[in-house]
Design a protein around this ligand. Structure first.
Ligand SMILES: Cc1cc2nc3c(=O)[nH]c(=O)nc-3n(C[C@H](O)[C@H](O)[C@H](O)COP(=O)(O)O)c2cc1C
Ligand code: SF4
Length: 485
């Protein structure tokens, strides 16, 4: 299901939906539009929001220390669910909004919904899965939304279900985060108290595995087979859980959907950039002042603004890891002036993926950090395919040797060849992420490589906030626990 699609239309083309399209103020019951645009004041500040800042979109509302926003506050702020418009009109409006997925693949949400709706017309009853597994160890954005804005996520899930006519929604959340599970149980309790119409929502706790969030693994978990990705002949949106057309959508993606559905495609595109409309959530990691801080980026401000205002940097870091542990190292000088714009960053070879932005702290060894992350990725594979069973552990060993100053030019070439051979040869995108990490490290951290080769190391270690779950699993892991699924 992950893909690399870009939204086909620019912001100007998106504008107002076509005449005759049933309009979808479907959830809008008179609440205030979160601004998400310049309100005056310092531009950099107003284009970046953290939890509770009124100019945010997804993060507007009560501050973080107030915990989960309850249903009454959520509906006071944004308006209650008013009416649900189903079918083609709703899907067209979603297409006009141009939401691209925020789970990593940046696939257009509308295309996925269309596939599911078309398949459902001829096969089985569709299903919506909100992917809240967030297995990326340093990412916090989905957790932040689930913990603090559960009703926004649940609204978005209902909109997605309405768009494809799904009677069921699965909230697929990380089983190792009991606080999130508690919040969701409470939120579902509040909603059931209202006896509202809508899909039945099932809460399913995922195994604590990195690959459990990959869309084919999501299907496998929900079918009781454990978190095992597989190569699929047809996308899960056409035939997923038990053959049902299954929309697997990231938590942030559906939260955007909840707002776009309320306030319209034109409003949605006022934030973000033409090729990637809407705001985007970023998690700051590595060498930053508040590790794990989630920042909503409302306009394509330079990365410099993000790192200055929220990361504690006043000049470019030597390198920044962008997009996740299976992301890419980018030279800090090049990234510093670049806009935080998903489409532009992808074109520039630094896709934002799950939204992780992690500068390498001064004095830390990029090779040691990479070796640590690579070992994590190698251990987290399902080990079913050649590249994961052999390629990833071999690359992790070679990187350990590089970081320890025990590798020469021969090893370097072998590592380059291994990364090349690994790419595209697994049943899922996991080994590609590892190859991205290796290739970008060899390219961007070349000064470190030279120093290590000459001096047998650099004296720096794997410092900075690049967390790896302690004692993380190495086998397929348990099947999901769930509420009657
Ligand atoms: C190894 C791997 C792990 C993934 N983990 C997650 C995850 O934890 N959460 C998530 O939303 N997507 C994850 N994805 C992406 C999903 O396969 C899928 O593209 C996404 O959930 C679809 O939602 P979106 O279109 O809204 O982004 C992962 C992909 C891969 C290859
Ligand atoms: S590529 Fe790796 S993670 Fe993906 S299915 Fe194959 S073994 Fe599993």
């Amino acid at each position: 299901m992950s893909g690399t699609g870009r939204h086909p239309a620019g912001a100007a083309e998106r504008g107002a939906p076509a005449a005759g399209t049933p309009q979808l103020h479907l959830l809008h019951g008179g609440g205030a539009r979160p601004s998400g645009t310049l309100l005056g004041g310092d531009a950099g500040t107003r284009h970046l929001a953290t939890m509770g800042m009124p100019w945010g979109r997804l993060l507007a509302g009560p501050p973080a220390d107030r915990g989960a926003e309850d249903l009454a506050s959520h509906e006071r702020r944004l308006g209650p669910v008013a009416a649900v418009v189903e079918g083609d009109g709703l899907r067209r409006t979603i297409a006009d909004a141009g939401i691209v997925g925020r789970g990593g693949g940046e696939f257009p949400l509308a295309a996925k919904l269309r596939t599911a709706a078309e398949a459902a017309a001829v096969t089985a009853v569709p299903l919506v899965v909100v992917n809240g597994s967030e297995g990326e160890p340093a990412s916090r954005k989905d957790r932040a939304l689930l913990e603090h804005r559960p009703h926004l996520v649940l609204d978005g899930a209902e909109v997605a279900a309405a768009a494809v006519g799904a009677p069921d929604v699965v909230l697929y959340v990380h089983g190792g985060r009991p606080a999130v599970v508690d919040v969701l149980r409470r939120a579902l309790g509040e909603r059931s108290g209202q006896r509202r119409a809508g899909p039945t929502v099932h809460l399913v706790e995922t195994p604590d595995r990195y690959v459990a969030g990959e869309s084919s693994a999501v299907v496998a978990v929900l079918e009781g087979r454990g978190p095992l990705p597989s190569r699929r002949r047809v996308p899960v949106a056409a035939a997923g859980v038990g053959g049902r057309p299954t929309v697997v959508a990231n938590v942030e993606s559906v939260a955007h959907l909840a707002l776009a559905a309320r306030f319209g495609a034109g409003w949605f595109a006022e934030a973000g950039a033409p090729g990637a409309p809407g705001s985007t959530l970023v998690t700051l990691a590595g060498g930053v002042s508040v590790p794990g801080l989630v920042v909503e980026v409302l306009a394509p401000v330079p990365v410099a603004d993000l790192l200055r205002l929220h990361g504690g940097w006043d000049r470019p870091p030597s390198a920044v890891l962008v997009g996740g542990y299976g992301g890419r190292w980018v030279p800090g000088e090049a990234l510093w002036p670049a806009p935080v714009d998903r489409a532009a960053l992808r074109r520039a070879g630094a896709p934002l993926g799950c939204g992780l932005v992690a500068p390498l702290p001064p004095g830390a060894c990029g090779l040691a950090v990479t070796a640590r992350l690579l070992r994590f990725l190698a251990r987290e594979s399902a080990g079913q395919c050649g590249p994961c069973a052999f390629g990833l552990p071999a690359m992790a060993d070679a990187f350990d040797a590089l970081a320890g100053g025990r590798a020469g030019r021969g090893e370097l070439r072998r590592l380059q060849r291994a990364a090349l051979a690994t790419r595209g040869s697994g049943d899922c995108g996991h080994p590609d992420g590892a190859a991205d990490l290796v290739e970008s490290a060899l390219h961007v951290l070349s000064d470190d490589l030279t120093a290590h080769a000459r001096r047998g190391g650099c004296g720096g270690g794997a410092t900075g906030w690049f967390p790896v779950p302690r004692g993380h699993a190495t086998a397929a892991g348990p099947v999901a626990r769930g509420d009657g699924w």
